[in-house]
Write a protein that binds this ligand. Sequence first.
Ligand code: NAD
Ligand code: CBU
Length: 334
Amino acid sequence: MLRIGVVGCGAIGREHINRITNRLAGGKVVAVSDLYVEGAHQVGDPLGATVYSNSADLVNDPDVDAIICTTPAFAHKETVIQALEAGKPIFCEKPLTTTAEDSLELAEIEMELGKKLIQVGFMRRFDESYTQVKDLLDSGEFGAPLYLRCSHWFPEVDDGFTTEMAVYDAAIHEIDVIHWLLNERYESAQVMFPRQTGKKNPELKDPQIMHIRCKSGVIATIEVFLNCQFGYDISCQIVCENGVIDLPKPPRPLLRRSGGQTIPLDENWKNHWMRAYDLEIQQWIDAVRAGELTGPNAWDGVIANVTADALLRAQQNEGQIEPIAVGPRPDFYK
Ligand SMILES: NC(=O)c1ccc[n+]([C@@H]2O[C@H](COP(=O)([O-])OP(=O)(O)OC[C@H]3O[C@@H](n4cnc5c(N)ncnc54)[C@H](O)[C@@H]3O)[C@@H](O)[C@H]2O)c1
Ligand SMILES: O[C@H]1[C@H](O)[C@@H](O)[C@H](O)[C@@H](O)[C@H]1O
């Protein structure tokens, strides 16, 4: 049994604790921590888990074999370093950190240690819709991909959600999944702001249209609309030489009532990615127990942050094309 400590008992921390406790096999949550220690008690006490108010004590608890980090993005780096220093595997929710510089620093520490300990929570790679699309692209049947359009539509965000978070919190998922789907490397980034919705905090730029050009010339367009009002909706359409592939929507019943028919959308990410998260965390538990991590690694975290940094620069100069300079993947991460 893998003894897991969870740092950060907010929305997704609780989801992961629940799935490990009630649905997955081979893992047990033995410790939890949160700066808001009451919140940690709420989830930890019913499980008989040890409750900490800081991550260092949890990471260094000899009864904790591996860590899940579900604090806000700005706090990830600190916990990841603690785990690396303790030589313990850590599953860190996306993004690995908020800057390329910080993520690179983590990758360098890990390479120095000589053992892969970090997995990043890019769960779309575990989602059946995306794996079907990847299989089709890899089969070669559709010929070369030419361009793709993705939308990341969110019903509404709170006032703390910033223009920059549209990149490193939301679009970071597309940034990761697109290069993985296409086996591509990125070259440049551009951001445009179309007419802005009135249904948002005045400080936030919403919606945003992001373009990423790949080394092969493929152009990916990512539409991020965080206050779309109607539901949580993710789409991706890939136009190839021999046809077009659309990301399948999660299966939902068609409802006929009140003189109309509808397929309801999810309200948020929790249900939308439920199966992907289950698979992601189950495979992480299995991999840690087997002694070798197989999921998205720290270098994938670096690629995402280098790309995000270019998009953040592009946000400052609408329409300007910003280079994305990711070094070659080190052998350690191949
Ligand atoms: N993969 C996904 O689809 C997905 C979905 C949701 C969230 N996330 C990611 O998970 C992370 C957490 O998101 P959330 O929505 O659960 O946030 P949240 O705000 O609901 O929860 C974060 C928790 O961490 C606690 N915290 C803050 N700083 C801390 C620290 N230094 N040590 C210990 N606890 C600390 C807060 O008190 C809070 O309880 C973010 O990085 C987010 O991007 C990923
Ligand atoms: O835009 C949201 C994503 O669609 C979710 O998958 C989570 O990562 C969440 O944190 C983001 O705010």
